[in-house]
Each structure stands twice: as structure tokens, then as C-alpha cells.
Design a protein around this ligand. Structure first.
Ligand code: NAD
Ligand code: MG
Length: 389
């Protein structure tokens, strides 16, 4: 007999972003399996309103409080609850109206809502890698305490997660994170010093939000992902290797003790890892384009150029030293990327800002949550001072 599976109620934190909108596409194609119960946006009230009218969630949150009235009025004829501001975002994360949070806010701003969702016992589909970079030890410990699964959405981590299904008792020798290399692969500093934001925003394989696109161009994204992997899969720094794979067909690999390597492959399309995380442990059918060996027949691999893309070297340093250093690095990076996107500093200056901030702030080996918050704030101030923001 076929048992009815109840609809999974999803909260999309960051529903107007690249990940958020793709998650809503997945929900729209599978209304028998998923419903959208919470939608949140920082600024884009128009899109949030349209999404709310289409998906009829229980709650929406608009980050920018000045836009509360507009959203409230537009949804007046519905029974959708409307809230505004940062505190509301944190409170809504604890509400009963949903089962799984898709953490798709960009940057440090995603940390507190995600933590509250864990405290409330919600399953987490995690796109927001910065949460684990900032406070991975505390997040993973709280997830264990509250028996909350954290299912990765980041394509590399989804790949590793998929490779590990059925391997719980087997030791991992190492993981191999693949990186496209971004738009500036093979370039040297004399070229990079002159690149403009428009060029850096052109990613060859993935269409993503602005911050992660710049992180991909500097390779900081891969550094953040090394730290994310450490916490998700409980690895030592030396078990995490990065390889440049410009075609982005292999999304990452796991090597086991016997030398066997498992890889997960597919076209670069975030809908797949989003859908996998939402439907886990089931796979569900879809009509996404399929990888065709005849169209992309050559898969290549090379070493990352750590001398040119120094952000990756800085992240490896933060990964090795641990403590509050990844948190400091993340904060400085958010400020540096923000400044680059506003044409305030050049491409290579971003590395300088991050490095100086990492060198300047006091190291704390085992920070409390409060100390992570403080390190984040202090690092932001220091980085902004360097740039004179
Ligand atoms: P995006 O910029 O397209 O969207 C970000 C979302 O977060 C928007 O809905 C925005 O309103 C909201 N937001 C922004 N600042 C906020 C704040 N201060 N408070 C509350 N909400 C805020 O970003 P994205 O590309 O969708 O990325 C989201 C997260 O997923 C990032 O952490 C990124 O690293 C990760 N990720 C993205 C991709 C991708 O393909 N886009 C792939 C892997 C991982
Ligand atoms: Mg990724």
C-alpha cells in the first residue's frame, strides 16, 4: 500500500536571491511534496510580494523596515503575516509553521536565524556557508544537541554528502573539492590589478548572487568551502584538497582508505543540490537538462595558483589555525567584497584588506558565541577603517 507522504513545509530565508528563487522553482514543480511557508527578503519588496501572492506562505519578513507598509498593504487581502527587521527574522526562525529551513541568506546575516532554527529543532538545508565559516564548531555542536540534520546545498558539499551515503562506517582518506577557477583562471596579478567589477561578475559556469560571484573570482569561495567542509564532514585540514576543474561537471570527490574515489557529476545547476537537500533522503524526478558526454567530452584538472589567488592561501591559513581566525577573515572579506562592488578598491586590494585584518585582530583559540559576534564586529570595523568606508 502506498503511504501518503506529508507535504514538507519549507522556510526560505533569502527567498529573493539566486538560491531562494531557484528553490521556489523546485517547490512550484513539486507542490505535492513541498510548500513554502516562510519567505524573507532584505530589500526586494516587489519580488517578495509577488512570491507571497504566488505561494501563499504563512509568514513573510522584509528586512528593510522602511518597506514594511508597502508589503503589508500589498498583502492586506490575504491572511499572510507580515513582519519587518532583523529581530523579526530571528524570531520567525523559531515558529511552528515550517519543518525545514533553507538557509539562503548571504553572509554573516544568515547566522542568527539559522542558529534559532536549530534551537527550534528544524532541519536545515544549508546554502549559507558563511554560517559555518564563522562559528562552525558551535553550529555543529548545537545541531547534534538538538538532533537537527544539516544538509548541504553548496554543490561541492552536496556532492560529498551524496558520495557518503551508505559509507557511514568507512573512514574518509580525503575529500577533493573542485573549483571552476572563475573568470580569471590562468591570469596573473599584473592583469588582476585592473579588472573591474563588471568583468569579475561574469562567471563562466554558474549564475549566482554578486557576493559569491566575486568570491569565486578571487577563489575565496573555495577557501570558505574548505572551512565549510571541515565542519560538515568532521575533517582535519590536511584531508581537504582543492583542484581546479574548469568544466564544473564533477562537483567534488571523496577518497576512501582503500584509495577508491567516488565523484558526483552533473551539469552546473544549483536546482539539483537544492532539490536534493529538500527531498533528502529521497531523490525525486525532474526535467532539468542532463549532462551529455558528447557535448562536454573533456574533463580537465589542475593545481590552484596560490601565489596569484592569495585569498585561497589566507583561507587555508585560517582553516589550519582555527579559533576566531575564519570568523575574522569572513568579516574582512564581506567588507572587501562590498567595497570592490562599489568600485572603492581594486581586485587585489581585497586580499590586502583581509590579510591586514587577520594579522591585526587578537586570536582567540576557543571562542564563545559572544566572542564570535565581537570578532565579527571588530574585524568589520578594522577592515572598513583600512578602506576608509
Ligand atoms: P543573493 O545575493 O542572490 O541572495 C541573498 C538573499 O539574502 C536575498 O534574498 C536577500 O534579500 C537576502 N539578504 C541579503 N542580505 C541580507 C541581510 N543582511 N539580512 C537578511 N537577508 C539578507 O545570494 P545567493 O547567491 O543566493 O547566495 C545565498 C547563499 O548561498 C550565500 O551564502 C552563498 O554563498 C550560498 N551559495 C550560493 C550559490 C549560488 O549558486 N548562488 C551556490 C552555493 C552557495
Ligand atoms: Mg560551491
Amino acid at each position: 500500500m502506498n503511504k501518503e507522504i506529508p507535504v514538507k513545509r519549507i522556510a526560505i530565508f533569502g527567498s529573493t536571491g539566486s538560491i531562494g528563487t531557484q528553490a521556489l522553482d523546485v517547490i512550484a514543480a513539486n507542490t505535492d511534496k513541498f510548500s513554502a511557508e516562510v519567505l524573507t527578503a532584505q530589500n526586494n519588496d516587489e519580488l517578495l510580494i509577488r512570491q507571497a501572492l504566488q505561494f501563499n506562505p504563512n509568514v513573510v519578513v522584509i528586512g528593510d523596515e522602511k518597506k514594511y507598509n508597502r508589503v503589508k498593504e500589498a498583502l492586506a487581502s490575504t491572511d499572510i503575516k507580515v513582519f519587518a527587521g532583523e529581530k523579526a527574522l530571528e524570531e520567525v526562525a523559531s515558529m511552528d509553521c515550517y519543518d525545514l529551513m533553507l538557509a539562503a541568506i548571504v553572509g554573516y546575516a544568515g547566522l542568527k536565524p539559522t542558529l534559532n532554527a536549530i534551537y527550534a529543532g528544524k532541519a536545515i538545508a544549508l546554502a549559507n556557508k558563511e554560517t559555518l565559516v564563522v562559528a562552525g564548531d558551535i553550529i555543529m555542536q548545537k545541531a547534534v544537541e538538538h538532533r537537527v540534520p544539516i544538509i548541504p546545498v553548496d554543490s561541492e558539499h552536496s556532492a560529498i554528502f551524496q558520495c557518503l551515503v551508505g559509507e557511514t562506517r568507512n573512514r574518509i582518506d580525503k575529500i577533493i573539492l573542485t573549483a571552476s577557477g572563475g573568470p580569471f583562471i590562468g591570469r596573473k596579478p599584473n592583469y588582476l590589478v585592473n579588472v573591474k567589477r563588471e568583468h569579475a561578475l561574469q562567471h563562466p559556469n554558474w549564475s549566482m548572487g554578486a557576493k559569491i560571484t566575486i568570491d569565486s573570482a578571487t577563489l575565496m569561495n573555495k577557501g570558505l568551502e574548505m572551512i565549510e567542509a571541515k565542519w560538515l564532514f568532521n575533517l582535519q585540514p590536511e584531508q581537504i584538497q582543492v583542484v581546479i576543474h574548469p568544466q564544473s561537471i564533477i562537483h567534488s570527490m571523496v577518497q576512501f582508505e582503500d584509495g577508491s574515489i567516488k565523484a558526483q557529476m552533473g551539469l552546473p545547476d544549483m536546482k539539483l543540490p537544492i532539490q536534493y537537500a529538500m527531498a533528502f533522503p529521497k531523490r525525486i524526478p525532474n526535467d532539468f537538462p542532463r549532462y551529455d558526454f558528447k557535448k562536454v567530452s573533456t574533463l580537465t584538472f589542475e593545481e590552484p595558483d596560490l601565489k596569484t589567488f592569495r585569498n585561497l592561501a589566507l583561507a587555508q591559513d585560517a582553516l589550519a589555525k582555527g579559533g576566531n581566525l575564519p570568523c575574522i577573515m569572513n568579516a574582512a572579506n564581506e567588507i572587501a567584497v562590498f567595497a570592490f562592488l562599489r568600485n572603492r578598491i581594486n581586485f587585489l586590494d581585497m586580499t590586502e584588506v583581509i590579510e591586514k585584518t587577520m594579522q591585526h585582530l587578537p586570536f582567540i583559540e576557543k571562542p564563545t558565541l559572544e566572542e564570535y559576534f565581537e570578532s565579527d564586529g571588530e574585524a568589520r570595523n578594522f577592515a572598513a577603517d583600512i578602506i576608509k568606508l
